[in-house]
Design a protein around this ligand. Sequence first.
Ligand code: AMP
Length: 472
Amino acid sequence: MCGIAGICYSKDAAILIARMLHALQHRGQEAAGAVSREISKNGIHFYEHRAPGLVGDTLAREEVTRQLHGDAALGHVRYSTAGPKHTAHASQVADAQPLLREGVALVHNGNLTNHLILRKELEGQGARFQTKVDSEVILKLIGRGEADTLTNRVCDALTRIEGAFALIILSKKKLIGIRDPLGIRPLVLGRVGDGYAFASETCAFDIVRGEVVDEVAPGEMVVIEDNEVRRINYASVTPERPSRPCIFEYIYFSRPDSEWGDKNMYLARSRLGKQLAREEIARGTDLDLFGDDTIVVPVLDSGLPAAIGYAHQAHLRFSPALVRNHYAVGRSFIEPTQFLRDLKVLLKHNANKALVRGMRVILIDDSAVRGTTSRLIVEMIRSAGAREVHLRIASAPITHACFHGIDTNRGELLAAGCEDLEEANERLRKASGADSVAYLSHANMVRAVRCSSQCDACFSGDYPTPLTDLQT
Ligand code: AMP
């Protein structure tokens, strides 16, 4: 998960890119970077800036944007899924995007599943890599291509790569937006001022008073040159091979005010919460959950829409009894001991004792990965005086690692190897210490997001592309 944006034909390109990346900050907090392009009588020049940290502390500073001249720019916020993580400052910057090689800059959201093989092949042909990120393979393929135009070299490179990719490329003349043939990761085309722009999510257009034109379609390459748009289908979606947008974008990643296709993320999450309540009611629970002293509490921020949906459907009292500290980002904390690791959650969350004391709490989170958040928050709510804590997860158990751009491989997946929902519920109950636990069923999760087809490999193991690097 990373956030990407690109803009052309705008005199404030660098400032606008920094703003757009602000809106995409939730997609990656490790590093931020931008490349701009200036066309003048002295020729065409690219300017670049990359730094570890948040957009507001780095890229958006005036002394930085002032140096990024030109009327076109690309930007990236990084959440590392390929390449080293939490490494020294220098290598964090080296692996940060945009990548820029020989007049072509590129930003990438997603993960390639055959980049190791391609890297080996390219190195065998004499290619020298400067980073460890999979995205550099794409630039190398483009750079070494034999076709006569950049568009054709890009098309050729796209036939070699597998996996998930939303890409934006800035060359001396063009701005190009591309989505992988299954549309696993999102990318949107829009207008900003007199120019065009691409971004991972629609919220990046709202922040600059832009206007969304359309999604870049799965298997589509959108080329902008001389302020004209050319749309090329390099790989078409067929009934036999329908698009597979990532279901986790609906559950957790995208911002709630973003729209993907005709679907609003907040509304999808609210439906996930409603489905969770419907399952609760259908179970005819003997827990006597639905009393006057029951409150529905979201784990902020991502559990909020589901908790509102759940409370609404179950006619229960919604209570924002957890407070979230938005200033404690904690990205550089590598806690050496379990005690300090556990304290990390207290940096972000605190229970409001007056709201919780004596209550039966139904705690709603969007997902459980390792179960760490669940355990610490259940404990926190209990010690704030709750009578009972019932944990509800507004998505299915995550049983498989993601190889397509989402960091669900973080450590051990709590539900890995679980045969059914009951086993996963029991495992999370033990791990979290909650009085009861219920995940949402896979079928109702899919129903709630209302996709006709999707990538739900982390919930099912049904991977949308071959895992070539893993299998060889
Ligand atoms: P865990 O504590 O490992 O069970 O992770 C679950 C919590 O992290 C939930 O509160 C989610 O909102 C959030 N979450 C889910 N997936 C991710 C991810 N890939 N990166 C960071 N946080 C995540």
